[in-house]
Design a protein around this ligand. Structure first.
Ligand code: FA5
Length: 349
């Protein structure tokens, strides 16, 4: 039995028009509800087993038989309208509840907190800057920039470069081996020369390429050595290439990097993958010479390993340390400064 005085008074009339009037009133109450709890209370009041609708229905029997059908129809109609109004009120209020929740939980990711110290801009590491500069110089000379894996097989790091497993030169590369497959078969590359092989395997001559990248050796870090350092490899394969082309190329890129006053020279040396081989040096302002890297004419065995006919094609190759080059460029005393990550040092460049 409902305790609501309005509902009782409405019900007491028990006519079609009073049902319609009460329905309009109930619907407007549902439309005015401001939260889901109020909707639940109104639903209970109008539609529960003891609510307005149930009570009105139970009284139909007391009506004049002539009015029963019409009042019954208007009650059914009222029920549909009330159910629809409850549903609509719930939908309206749950949508706004989610909106309120979203608004309350919203994070402003653009918010900037006041900083205690002023932010300073990061900058490119001097070794990376040297690498980019070298790439630009060589791209300007028509070379492509190639990459290769840092973990290599003995074939690419040694054998295809004319260094068979019995060759004493293997020892001079102070290689860091990886515990994979056969012993001494997989390693961190000890130079960038394997990228020459990978490029010659995949491309037909003429080839003009450079390959900058990280290389690894068991070297202990000191003022001129790092165990992980960067090299850049250069390779030119074409018809009628001579040692003069190699010397001219080294002269050109050193001039681009250090200025025209800096001179270069080649000194006889030995690498199994070039014949003849040389070290190349650059001049310093005090007249002394500094070694930059190794170079030479590509050994015919290396060309053959890559399926290139040495009777038709010749080439030169060179390789040098980018970290060492950056040391010279910025006149730094100790190569380890590059990996100490001291912002005071790095922010000078
Ligand atoms: C080579 O690695 C040959 N692959 C270079 C080459 C390429 C010769 C093509 C002929 C033709 P070498 O071991 O000398 O050569 O190393 C070349 C340069 O790498 C050195 O001159 C030096 O600049 C740099 N380098 C070598 N070891 C280190 C190290 N531990 N730390 C920093 N730089 C290094």
């Amino acid at each position: 039995m409902t305790t609501d005085p309005d509902a009782r008074s409405t019900l007491s009339a028990q006519s079609t028009s009073s049902v319609e009037q009460a329905t309009v009133e109930a619907v407007s109450q549902l439309e005015a509800a401001t939260d889901l709890e109020a909707v639940a209370a109104l639903e209970h009041k109008f539609l529960s087993r003891r609510g307005w609708f149930a009570e009105a229905k139970s009284r139909i029997g007391a009506l004049d038989p002539a009015d029963r059908a019409a009042v019954g129809r208007s009650l059914n109609d009222a029920r549909s309208q009330l159910e629809a109004a409850v549903k609509a009120a719930r939908a309206r209020l749950s949508a706004s509840l989610s909106e309120d929740l979203y608004a309350a939980e919203r994070l402003d990711l653009t918010e900037r907190l006041p900083l205690k110290v002023p932010l300073s801009r990061g900058r490119i590491h001097p070794v990376t800057a040297a690498r980019y500069r070298l790439e630009d110089v060589f791209v300007g000379m028509g070379y492509s920039v190639e990459e290769g894996p840092e973990v290599e097989s003995a074939w690419y790091n040694f054998e295809a470069l004319n260094i068979p497993d019995w060759h004493p030169a293997r020892g001079s590369f102070d290689t860091i081996f990886v515990n994979l497959g056969e012993p001494e078969e997989v390693m961190l590359r000890s130079h960038t020369s394997p990228v020459q092989i990978r490029t010659m395997e995949n491309r037909k001559p003429p080839i003009y390429m450079v390959a900058p990248g990280r290389t690894f050796r068991t070297d202990t870090a000191d003022a001129t050595h790092l165990p992980a350092f960067n090299q850049i490899e250069g390779l030119a394969i074409d018809r009628n290439i001579t040692l003069g082309d190699l010397a001219g190329t080294i002269n050109t890129f050193v001039g681009e990097l250090f200025g025209r006053d800096v001179k270069t020279r080649l000194r006889p040396s030995y690498f199994p993958f070039t014949e003849p081989s040389a070290e190349f040096d650059i001049s310093r302002p005090d007249g002394s010479w500094l070694e930059l890297g190794g170079c030479g004419m590509v050994h015919p065995n290396v060309l053959r390993s890559c399926g290139i006919d040495p009777e038709i094609w010749q080439g030169f190759a060179f390789g040098f340390g980018i970290d060492r080059l950056a040391v010279m460029r910025h006149e730094i005393d100790d190569i380890r400064e590059f990996v100490n990550n001291d912002v005071r040092f790095l922010s000078q460049f």
